[in-house]
Design a protein around this ligand. Structure first.
Ligand SMILES: Nc1nc2c(ncn2[C@@H]2O[C@H](COP(=O)(O)OP(=O)(O)OP(=O)(O)O)[C@@H](O)[C@H]2O)c(=O)[nH]1
Length: 592
């Protein structure tokens, strides 16, 4: 019998309610509900609150078809817990300022350029005149605001991305007109491309007699950056951070690219954003610069930031002025956190401080649990499995070699190994050892690193091991190519054994318009994890094999659920659950 039989009466159940309220809804006595709960392993008194999943189990047993009652529309501006992924109604989106990061080779003038841009607003007569360094600032040009991230360089840019936080909309690539394209210019180009952000070229130091902007433009074409003058679509602006020449043009170019990118966000929702930098101030406690990305952050909001929480006691803008609220693309310093968060941590507004602390506790627990399982990153041994499962369409490679000629040759040869199933994409090829930056890029892009006739810096090796990025080194080209080819065809595939992690018993089946079927389950032994391999057993027969696509406790998405708890489970491609089915969770372990 499943919960889907047509004779059942639908009952709408809120996401949390007391046992008594549930009894009223189901028109039975509270004692009846308590008895049913007990047989399902839940001990609860009549005034105790239970979650939807638990209530639904009882409803099904009593012949109802449970349905989650949609939460009431919140009052505008009321902070609430909501999943970050929830999309905005397109009609609610409003234009927002672009967020710009300045990248480029050492000494080409990134810091000077940021200073010169900052000065334009002092010149424009801004009150106070002095800008605080808070990690980001805004300037206005032709009535449009532009937000600059004040930490130049792609190391910071990619470190953020490796932590899953994409803050930059536009990258300004600074190239010194006298020096031309240098190794870190190329690295910056590839980091920006990997992040998929448009590039604007600022040819700096044009005040110098040795300046040769044409040579720079020419050199850039070798790296796929073709400026407009040469028939390409990259905007290029000659500037001098020293004299201020061209800074206005650069700002106009940014506005132009921003307009084409149609950057938008919904300001009318609880604020969320990313930490740009944070520190412990001896007088004010933990302070963090946050770039608001969606919604509006307000003084008094309860927030969760990475693994800390608090209440926004005060907010300051980039001139040090107190502000009460901050909308999309606005950088603000917030005071009132319990601890110092990390750059790249996400901030979310939640209902109140108690909820905030609960979420932090849960996050810490989940992280600890995750630390015990290996990072699921791409590596050559498991490549074929990923391809077969349709999970990988592209193998991303970062290639480091001893000399430039080899880099080009290997790049070409590797790209030719692409198959209809998997494209090989080399997002960065350069000479020199494998560095920390390369590992960060691989981490952010889910790629692997190949070193040819080159060494791996100790720091890079340590980081790669910690984050699970694969580095392979070779001295013979054909061996390198053969390994990749074998990996693509699954011939490198080692032998695996199946290890069972846990079982969950299906106790109710719910329909969801979004994901198909959700199995209301009880974890009988072990642990079940989101993303894990799973097979559905009916008696002794295996009726389906797939992946656990969704795992919920109450209304929250969770990474794992231990034995003795209820949860909602979605298995990829399967919508024929029956009450009594057992879902077996397992993983493949390599046999050495
Ligand atoms: N003549 C001239 N010198 C400049 C210009 N921009 C920067 N410089 C000089 O170039 C040097 C490097 O500038 P920075 O702004 O520190 O360069 P950077 O790219 O931030 O360097 P790192 O932070 O070390 O990566 C400094 O001595 C600046 O004074 C310019 O437009 N013209």
């Amino acid at each position: 019998m499943t919960a889907k039989s047509s004779s059942r009466t639908t009952v709408r159940i809120p996401d949390a309610l007391t046992v008594k309220e549930l009894a009223d809804l189901l028109r039975v006595s509270p004692v009846e509900v308590i008895k049913r709960l007990m047989t399902n392993g839940v001990m609860a008194g009549q005034n105790q609150t239970i979650d939807y999943d638990t209530a639904a189990l009882v409803a099904v047993e009593l012949g109802f078809e449970p349905e989650l009652e949609a939460a009431a529309e919140p009052e505008p501006g009321t902070p609430l817990i909501e999943p970050e992924e929830e999309p905005d109604d397109p009609a609610s989106l409003k234009p927002r300022p672009p967020v710009v990061t300045i990248l480029g080779h050492v000494d080409h003038g990134k810091t000077s350029l940021l200073d010169a841009i900052r000065k334009t607003r002092v010149a424009a007569g801004e009150a106070g005149g002095i800008t605080q360094h808070i990690g980001a600032y805004q300037v206005e040009r032709d009535g449009q605001l532009i937000t600059f991230i004040d930490t130049p360089g792609h190391a910071a840019f990619t470190a953020m991305r490796a932590r899953g936080a994409q803050v930059t909309d536009i990258a300004v690539l600074v190239v010194a007109a006298d020096d031309g394209v240098m190794p870190q210019t190329v690295e910056a180009i590839n980091h920006a491309k990997a992040a998929g952000v448009p590039i604007i070229v600022a040819i700096n130091k044009i005040d110098l007699p040795a300046a040769n902007p044409d040579r720079v433009k020419q050199q850039l074409t070798e790296y796929g950056i073709v400026v407009e003058e040469y028939g390409g679509d990259t905007v290029c602006v000659p500037v001098s951070a020293a004299t201020g020449q061209g800074i206005g043009d650069l700002l106009e170019a940014i506005n132009l690219v921003a307009e084409i990118s149609e950057l938008k966000a919904n300001p009318n929702r609880p604020g969320s954003g990313v930490v740009i930098e944070a520190e412990l101030d001896p007088h004010r406690g933990p302070i963090a610069t946050v770039l608001v990305q969606r919604g509006t952050l307000r003084q008094g909001d309860a927030v969760v930031v990475g693994e800390t929480s608090g209440k926004v006691r005060a907010m300051l803008d980039d001139t040090g002025k107190r502000v009460k609220e901050a909308g999309p693309s606005t950088p603000v310093v917030i005071l009132g956190l319990e601890d110092v968060p990390e750059a790249g941590d996400r901030l979310r507004v939640v209902a109140d401080e108690k909820v905030a602390r609960q979420i932090v506790e849960e996050r810490k627990r989940q992280r600890e649990a995750q630390e015990q399982t290996q990072h699921a990153r791409v590596n050559l041994d498991t490549l074929f499995n990923e391809i077969s499962a349709g999970k990988l369409k592209e193998l991303i490679i970062i290639l480091k070699t001893d000399v430039r000629g080899t880099a080009e040759a290997i790049k070409g040869a590797l790209e030719r190994l692409s198959t209809p199933e998997v494209k090989i994409r080399i997002i960065h090829a350069a000479t020199g050892p494998v560095t920390d930056n390369d590992v960060m890029l691989a981490e952010a892009s889910n790629g692997i690193i190949i070193g040819f006739n080159t060494r791996v810096e100790p720091g890079a090796k340590k980081r790669a091991e910690a984050v699970g990025v694969e580095i392979r080194t070779y001295n013979i080209i054909y061996q390198l190519l053969e390994d990749i080819e074998k990996a693509l065809q699954g011939m490198l595939e080692p032998v695996y054994k199946t290890v069972v992690d846990g079982h969950a018993e299906v106790r109710a089946v719910f329909k969801s318009s979004r994901v198909g079927q959700i199995a209301g389950c009880y974890v009988t032994d072990g642990v079940v994890r989101r993303g894990s391999l799973a097979r559905v057993l009916r008696g002794k027969e295996e009726v389906w094999k797939g992946r656990c696509e969704g795992l919920k406790r109450f209304q929250d998405d969770v990474r794992e659920v231990q034995a003795g708890y209820e949860c909602g489970i979605v298995i990829s491609g399967f919508d024929k659950f029956q009450v009594g089915d057992v879902i077996e969770f397992y993983h493949e372990e390599r046999v050495s």
